[in-house]
Ligand binder design. Structure first.
Ligand code: BES
Ligand code: MN
Ligand code: MN
Length: 451
């Protein structure tokens, strides 16, 4: 049977993509104050677009970047809340982009530009699904509430604060989020678990200024070496985090999960090839998928200090800094793990240097029940939209507000990702397959009908 909404989506694909390109031209980089105006302009543009579709839409200002809120009634009074984020990561390293990050460009059926997959393109699939239902059926099958934030990428808490304050009037029956991934380009997936995160940096300080390493080397602690030794005391050579009690609250993989991960037949060699590394690496005793999706980590994101110029310079640097994050899994409590990590770092830091630690926010892990009937309905919607069996996966990334949804809104959360890890989110040449965009739009339309 021909589905009129699907036909409308096919017929209007090009315009949908042109609009998405317009949306992507806003450099809505929430981490950088210089882009505050662009970020707000982007939110205003989305509001205007949703108003054009007939939504009761506006910006909610609770401090920080504005929240886009837009509501439309439908046939049933069931309310589906669609979350997304209109902010994006900084464009750097800018020299590595083949075409400029904020000038979206299509090459071989793939749309390139910052935000293509994370998260402008994925959100746009839902906006266009709504338009397509309205134009072909005259009204929406259920109520739709868009709630979009502008500080997901920069650890802001405007949306969590708003949720806590407005939960009595939000009252969704289901929450839908497309800000994660498919299993691979041919395998649509629903995500039932996201990892959490804690982020911090520590600085080791030695002498007041860089000093001659011949004059003082061997006589005083070297801050760069102390930083390396502290880090080495945090993770073993075979990938175990050495922070005492770090793993205490980790929910072990259930048998069905281990089995379902195994059936996905993850190809270690393919990943190694894609990333140009000799082979995967990580915690001993777990498969790569288990380590990516269901095990916590300790990572160094940045390491600096000392001489960075050409040739050699014989100094003992005055200081060195390490930026670190831990990915967490259910049921690790970010506050507790944060405390454990700080205590461990302090305890292994020798008293011949001084240490300073700065915190950069946390995000709790989430894990949902794959047997929830709403999640099963979404699985059927994805199967229809993509024309393929839809699998359940976990994802290694974090979406901080999801735990606030789960805690305060008490309804099922559907994570229907249309992206791929290989889309290059956060990196140069971020992209999104237009084929996934169209199939995602169809899936989103089916989903609103089936919930
Ligand atoms: N969309 C991602 C999260 C994601 C990535 C989920 C891949 C599933 C698969 C999100 O925009 C993101 O980048 N989150 C940050 C959160 C951090 C800045 C607090 C992350 O995971 O690093
Ligand atoms: Mn995202
Ligand atoms: Mn992101």
């Amino acid at each position: 049977m021909v589905d009129r909404t699907e036909s409308y989506i096919d017929a209007n694909q090009q315009r949908f993509v042109e609009e998405l390109k317009q949306y992507m031209r806003f450099p809505s980089v929430s981490a950088q104050r210089a882009h505050d105006k662009d970020t707000r302009a982007c939110a205003e543009w989305v509001v205007a677009h949703l108003k054009g579709l007939g939504f009761d839409a506006g910006l909610v200002d609770v401090g920080g970047q504005p929240i886009v809120r837009a509501l439309m009634k439908g046939k049933s009074s069931k309310r589906v809340m669609i979350y997304g984020h209109y902010d994006v990561q900084p464009e750097d390293p800018v020299a590595e982009w083949k075409t400029p990050p904020f000038e979206p460009t299509i090459r071989d059926g793939i749309l390139y530009g910052r935000g293509a997959t994370d998260d402008k393109g994925q959100l746009w699939a839902h906006v266009k699904a709504v338009e397509s239902l309205l134009k072909t059926e005259g009204e929406l099958p259920c109520e739709v509430l868009f709630l979009l934030e502008g500080e997901e990428e920069s650890g802001g808490d405007a949306l969590p604060r708003y949720i806590r304050q407005a939960k009595a009037e939000l009252k969704p029956d289901a929450i839908v989020i497309s800000d994660s991934t498919m299993y691979d380009a041919n395998t649509p997936a629903l995500t039932y678990g996201l990892r959490g995160l804690i982020a911090m940096e520590f600085t080791i300080r030695g002498p007041a200024a860089d000093v001659h390493s011949g004059a003082y080397g061997g006589g005083i602690a070297n801050p760069a070496m102390m930083t390396a030794q502290i880090l080495a005391a945090c993770v073993s050579r075979d990938g175990k985090v050495l922070v005492p009690h770090f793993y205490d609250d980790v929910v072990p993989l259930q048998d069905w999960e281990r089995e379902s991960f195994r059936k996905l037949n993850f190809n270690d060699q393919a990943m190694a090839k894609e990333l140009n590394i000799p082979r995967p690496h990580g915690e001993a005793g777990y498969s790569t998928l288990e380590r990516l999706w269901a095990r916590p980590t300790f990572e160094v994101n940045g390491l600096f200090g000392g001489y960075q110029g050409q040739r050699s310079k014989t100094i003992i640097p005055a200081w060195a800094t390490a930026k670190i994050t831990c990915r967490l899994v259910s049921n690790q409590d970010p506050a507790r793990v944060h405390k454990l990590v700080v205590e461990h770092i302090r305890s292994v830091c020798p008293d011949t240097v001084r240490i300073e630690i700065n915190d950069f926010g946390t995000s709790p892990p989430v894990l949902f029940d794959v047997n929830d009937p709403t999640i099963r309905a979404a699985q059927e919607a994805m199967r229809k939209g993509f024309g393929r069996e839809t699998v359940f996966i976990r994802c290694g990334g974090s979406i901080p507000v999801v735990s606030t949804f789960a805690e305060h809104l008490g309804c099922p959360v559907i994570l229907m990702g249309f992206g791929l890890d290989s889309d290059g989110p956060h990196g140069p040449n971020e992209h999104f397959s237009l084929d996934s965009f169209v199939k995602g739009t169809k899936s989103a339309a089916h989903m609103l009908r089936m919930i």
